[in-house]
Design a protein around this ligand. Structure first.
Ligand SMILES: C[S@@+](CC[C@H](N)C(=O)[O-])C[C@H]1O[C@@H](n2cnc3c(N)ncnc32)[C@H](O)[C@@H]1O
Length: 546
């Protein structure tokens, strides 16, 4: 910051500094004597103050340990003006037995001039009344020590957590992705950052982040059409953030559930399609079945939901028939009726996707599905039923393995689910190489590697080397009889793949030929066993029990 010229001024600073709590960053030492940390805090806040435009704002995220000191330094020593002390309430805090569990972070909102600043309340006010968290024994089992933000049954306070208030509910990224513990557990959610950026800056304004980390604030600034730049001490984190930034485009949708209270992971609101979304009584089932049979062209419910053309026809038919509810309700109701005789007898055509078309895109469909499930979508059925979710799925799958009609990706995901639930032959003992899989023969994912590959059925391991200090890790395991086109797709999408990984690092592939006599089912059994053993972060199958 000291090197930035006086002539460059920014509209908004979002600072999420290290909290001095002993967090394990790759370079920064987060365990300093109090005085040193506070002196450093004073110096970076002063430097930030110098960078701010006269009507600029600065938001500082900080933990309990130093919230009071940071406020004091910013106000009394640097001369900023506090406008809000926001509490970001995230639940799923670390469980404690002998005191109340922490479930919040402080977001201190300062301006340079208390009489001249931007605050665009109209952009963050939303009219909808919230449906609140459902009772769920798994997320809040009886006897758990309560969090330190006390809200006695939020269900009883229908208007709590309005965006205009200073207690904000957003699911923690780490809560959604438990596996994130080792890299950027402290990543801020995009929707939370969007609230700050939308309210305190205008399109075209400059947003600056002095502690970029995984790049979340800059990614959101870019998506929202702001100009952006930042500083990051760790070259490794900076590279990962740059990859995320390269992939983000102005206008891209923000990550994270639309209504965090509705779609936090593991809440049962749409975990089960027989659950609260069910509106059986609302439906005239016969009418729904008639709508289906009038448009399905002899295809199954799965094919109809996978095929955007048939899906739109079905939605039109329901809408014209005057069925109550929204498209997602009609689709979910159709899924519930899927096994009914009448529906089945109307399905006379089978859908076939040849394996040479399926296998090279299967990884794209699997990783897209895994990512949406990690974000809190409850099931593949729900994703296919919800038009907005299925577009997100298509978009991600297509970025990873481009060039196919939409229904191929959705069908590939359905294929995976079927395989996960069907009994596969047990031939694990024959698999000698499993335990030594990471030793040797790792090929960097880069253009041209396919020319050295023999076209034979193989397992492929996508492996990441997150830096000299860390062991390589398997992030995805696939299997294909059409290994060349599969590897070509992997190479093309390597930047997207890297950006989806929890940690930064180059990607490699290791091929394990499985013998040309191996049947499709045997190959899938190998892969499934390996996925169960190594539980890679991008495999959907790793979320399925053996
Ligand atoms: C709490 S993390 C930021 C996380 C970020 N908000 C996100 O969503 O990913 C703090 C970051 O500050 C970086 N850092 C520490 N000291 C720094 C310095 N002097 N200059 C720039 N970055 C620094 C650390 O490497 C770490 O990535």
């Amino acid at each position: 910051m000291q090197q930035i010229a006086d002539s460059l001024k920014v509209d908004l600073i979002i600072a999420d500094p290290p909290y001095n709590i002993g967090y394990e960053y790759d370079i920064y030492n987060d365990n300093r004597p109090d005085e040193e940390y506070l002196d450093w805090t004073y110096r970076w806040i002063s430097a930030a103050h110098r960078l701010l435009k006269d009507d600029g704002s600065i938001w500082i995220a900080i933990g309990d340990e130093y919230a009071a000191e940071v406020k004091y330094i910013a106000q009394r020593k640097v001369g900023l003006h506090l406008r809000n002390w926001v509490i970001w309430y995230y639940t799923f805090g670390v469980s404690c037995q002998d005191k109340f569990c922490r479930s919040h972070t402080h977001l201190l909102y300062f301006v340079k001039d208390p009489k001249s600043f931007k605050f665009r309340a109209e952009r963050i006010r939303v009219p909808s009344a919230r449906r609140l968290v459902y009772d769920d024994a798994r997320t809040n089992p009886a006897g758990r020590v309560p969090d330190n933000t006390w809200i006695l049954r939020p269900q009883d306070i229908p208007n709590c957590f309005q965006p205009i208030e200073d207690t904000w509910y957003f699911a923690r990224v780490a809560g959604t992705f438990r596996e994130r513990a080792k890299f950027m557990q402290c990543q801020l959610p995009e929707k939370l950052l969007a609230r700050i950026i939308l309210s305190c800056s205008d399109p075209g304004d400059i947003v600056f982040d002095p502690f970029v980390g995984s790049g979340s604030s800059l990614v959101v600034a870019k998506k929202l059409g702001r100009r952006w730049f930042g500083c990051e001490l760790s070259p490794n984190y900076a590279r990962h953030a740059q990859q995320r930034l390269d992939l983000a485009q102005v206008g891209d949708p923000l990550e994270g559930p639309d209504d965090p209270l509705l779609s936090s992971p593991s809440t049962p609101c749409y975990l089960n399609i027989e659950g609260p979304n069910q509106r059986q009584g609302d439906y005239d089932e016969q009418l729904l079945i008639q709508c289906f049979l009038s448009v399905n062209d002899g295809f199954s419910v799965d094919r109809l939901l996978a095929d955007p053309v048939l899906s739109v026809r079905f939605i039109d038919a329901c809408s014209q028939a005057g069925l109550p509810g929204r498209p997602v309700d009609w689709n979910l109701a159709l899924l519930r009726l899927r096994k009914q005789k009448e529906l089945r007898s109307g399905c006379t055509k089978r859908t076939r996707l040849p394996r040479q078309d399926l296998e090279p895109i299967l990884f794209g469909a699997e990783i897209a599905l895994r990512k949406l499930l990690d974000q809190g979508y409850p099931s593949l059925d729900y994703i296919l039923a919800d038009p907005a979710a299925s577009i997100r799925f298509d978009d991600l799958a297509r970025r990873l393995a481009p060039g196919r009609p939409t229904w191929h990706y959705r069908w590939a995901a359905l294929h995976l689910r079927k395989r996960a639930h069907s009994k596969l032959p047990s031939i694990l003992n024959a698999y000698q190489e499993a335990n030594t899989i990471l030793s040797g023969n790792l090929v960097l994912l880069e253009p041209g590697i396919e020319s050295a590959i023999n076209e034979e059925p193989s397992l492929y391991y996508v492996v990441q080397k997150p830096g000299a200090r860390r062991e390589p890790i398997v992030v995805y395991i696939g299997a294909s009889k059409y290994i060349k086109p599969t590897v070509v797709n992997l190479v093309k999408s390597r930047d997207h793949l890297a950006a989806l990984c929890r940690r930064p690092g180059d990607l490699f592939v290791k091929l394990v030929p499985a013998g040309s006599k191996m049947s499709n089912r045997e190959l899938e059994a190998f892969r499934y066993a390996e996925v169960q053993r190594l539980r890679p972060e991008l495999n959907y199958l790793a979320k399925q029990s053996p």
